[in-house]
Design a protein around this ligand. Structure first.
Ligand code: ZN
Length: 415
């Protein structure tokens, strides 16, 4: 049995000791799927305690908890952090009867399936869970892949998927306990002979992801790194900014706390844009032909410095694909750490990332590293939270100027 499959039907995974008396091998009554979490419904054969326990998928691979059916007690034997179980427990105590709309698309009927649940309240988490799909498509061609996705991700469903269940919830709402989602899953489960759950690991190996299969755009062709027109895409998000100094960041924080965040924001986003334009001007002193694109949720400006500004506040599938095509034209992308860097790095050749001090423990979680050898060190660069445009531009110039030799030394003239 593949350890990356969790059996559900005909026999549910039951390697869960009773949280009250510790007896192994509880009676498995069924599965409960209220949204993000997928729980086994168990009853202890020794003491009769009825409990729900996370099945080992998504963040519950390592952070599984159990909840007593009757007493509502949380059993957190593995010391999961509050952000994992807090919303779950809250949802269990206050389930929602909201009529969540789910649209099913059957692309390739199957009776034996892997169910991969990508629902999550954070954009990056959904994307990373979705990238797990490729493993099941390749390693288990005899099983149909059934994807549960937030509707806004439906455009990225990979070729070869058997079924898509599009859930009409905003990401911020995904953490609830929705009886409608559970009912829907129960009805569907009856239709299959054999059901497994896909793992939904939070950090799948990105170097093996065939990103074109997901977003329909071929990634930057590394074989043409030195010949392709020089292009940089700047990923400019407004909710996490590149600041010129600690003082600027502190000032922004003070203004936000004073309730002036709304009126202060344009000043700070404009400052971030100035930093990006200064990088570009410096790089162009060495390479006047460099083209650039801006993307991000924000307001596009009139064209200046020959920058193609694709920023918008209205996301559509066409915008998503336009941004993807910009990344795929770029030797590298430049932006601040965050899930906003996942898709750009999956498609571009590399990146320069501004890494805030409070994100060091999350380093590279947001970067889809396409290389598996020392080329990583050349192509993926992390700079100080308050890096100057000059510092970023030095890296950018080097990534254009030094690639040919670095590549030859480390890819060609070696054993
Ligand atoms: Zn027991």
């Amino acid at each position: 049995m593949d350890r990356h499959l969790v059996p559900v039907k005909p026999r549910l995974f039951a390697e869960r000791p009773c949280p009250r008396c510790g007896a192994e091998g509880p009676e498995a009554l069924g599965m409960v799927v209220p949204g993000v979490h997928m729980l086994g419904d168990y009853r202890c054969r020794a003491c009769g305690y009825a409990f729900l326990h996370d099945l080992p998928v998504g963040f519950a691979v390592d952070h599984d908890v159990a909840i007593g059916r009757e007493d509502g007690t949380l059993h957190d034997a593995r010391g999961a952090e509050g952000w994992v179980w807090g919303p779950l427990l809250e949802g269990f105590r206050n389930p929602s009867d909201r009529a969540v709309r789910i649209e099913r698309r059957v692309l390739r009927p199957a009776r034996r399936v892997v169910l991969l649940n990508t629902l999550d309240f954070l954009y990056g988490h959904v994307l990373l869970k979705l990238w797990n799909a490729q493993y099941y498509l390749e390693a288990h061609k005899d099983l149909g892949l059934v994807l549960i996705v937030p509707r806004s991700f439906a455009w990225m469903v990979p070729e070869g998927t058997a079924e898509v269940w599009e859930v009409d919830l905003r990401l911020g709402e995904a953490h609830g306990w929705y009886r409608a989602i559970d009912r829907y899953v129960q009805e569907r489960l009856g239709e299959y002979e054999e059901v497994y759950l896909g793992k939904g690991y939070a950090h799948p190996d990105k170097s093996t992801i065939d990103i074109e299969r997901f977003c329909g755009v071929a990634p930057f062709d590394m074989a043409r790194y030195d010949q392709a027109p020089r292009h940089i895409t700047f990923v400019l998000r407004e909710d996490r900014l590149w600041y010129s100094s600690r003082a600027a960041r502190t000032l922004h924080r003070v203004l936000r706390r004073a309730g002036l965040g709304g009126s202060a924001r344009p000043l700070f986003t404009a400052a971030q844009e100035r930093l990006a334009r200064r990088v570009l001007r410096r790089v162009r002193k060495r390479y006047p032909d460099v083209q650039a694109t801006f993307v991000g949720l924000g307001d596009a400006r009139a064209e200046r410095d020959g920058v193609k500004d694709l920023r918008t506040r209205r996301m559509t599938v066409e915008v998503e694909r336009d941004w993807c095509r910009a990344y795929a034209r770029s030797q590298f992308v430049i932006g601040v750490h965050g899930s906003n860097m996942l898709l750009p790095t999956a498609l571009a050749g590399g990146c320069i990332e501004v890494l805030p001090y409070d994100r060091y423990r999350n380093i590279v979680q947001d970067v889809a590293v396409r290389q598996r050898d020392v080329m990583q060190l050349f192509l993926y660069r992390f700079v100080d939270e308050y890096a100057t445009p000059a510092a970023v531009a030095r890296h950018a110039v080097s990534m254009f100027a030094d690639h040919r030799v670095f590549h030859r030394n480390n890819r060609i003239n070696i054993f």
